[in-house]
Ligand binder design. Structure first.
Ligand SMILES: NC(=O)c1ccc[n+]([C@@H]2O[C@H](COP(=O)([O-])OP(=O)(O)OC[C@H]3O[C@@H](n4cnc5c(N)ncnc54)[C@H](OP(=O)(O)O)[C@@H]3O)[C@@H](O)[C@H]2O)c1
Length: 184
């Protein structure tokens, strides 16, 4: 194990050595997230905004990918998202829902997901858990400061922006930017 991997393992308690043996660290791990300028990503189990173009982009970009998410995020969806797998992290061994593949941690989730690209779609607890592993972040910056109870963890330094599209506000929603970040 490299020193930086060992440090990540210490930080997260995640058994990288075991996972490297399984080869499940090979896929590209991509976050999909929408974050307000004040760091808010959620309120009362849902999203604090309604931005149809963001949902459309999210659906297009995750089509066909295995999606890893927290149990609370799964339960925030009105329905399953067609055409993609839902891998749900929970500590509750009795939890199950139609269409959900249950994982009890990072290793199990990645083993279920396979590759070559894995979408990690939140919420905050799950972003925090996968942050040491993520290669790319597809971020929607929502240029507003809504009230909320769920915040994106600090992404830290060492990211390089490779794409940005800025969209102006209209009378129904705030301005936002689609941004791609990769490890610098
Ligand atoms: N803006 C965005 O891009 C975005 C994206 C996703 C979600 N959200 C919002 O974020 C909020 C939900 O986020 P959240 O942070 O509260 O919850 P979450 O991350 O969706 O789910 C948390 C749950 O995941 C399970 N979990 C966490 N760590 C685990 C581990 N190490 N092993 C196994 N299971 C684990 C636990 O489930 P159990 O309690 O069942 O054990 C925990 O309660 C909602 O408001 C949602 O709408 C926003």
């Amino acid at each position: 194990m490299s020193p930086s991997t060992a440090l990540q393992a210490l930080r997260t308690g995640f058994d990288f050595a075991q996972d490297e043996r399984r080869g499940s660290l090979n896929p590209e791990i991509v976050f999909f997230a929408a974050r307000a300028d004040n760091g808010v990503i959620g309120v009362e189990g849902g999203l604090p905004w309604r931005i149809p173009a963001d949902l459309k982009r999210f659906k297009a970009m995750t089509a066909g990918l295995p999606m890893i998410m927290g149990r609370k995020t799964f339960e925030s969806f009105p329905d399953l998202l067609v055409g993609r797998r839902h891998i749900v992290l929970t500590r509750d061994a009795d939890w199950s829902r139609p269409g959900a593949e249950v994982a009890d941690g990072v290793t199990a989730a990645l083993s279920l997901a396979g590759g070559p690209v894995v979408a990690v779609i939140g919420g905050a607890e799950i972003y925090r858990l996968f942050l040491p592993l993520v290669h790319r972040i597809e971020l929607t910056e929502v240029h507003a400061a809504p009230d909320g109870d769920t915040h994106m963890p600090d992404l830290g330094a060492g990211w390089r922006e490779t794409f940005r599209e800025d969209v102006a506000a209209d009378d129904k929603r705030p301005a936002y930017s689609f941004v791609t970040l990769v490890r610098a």
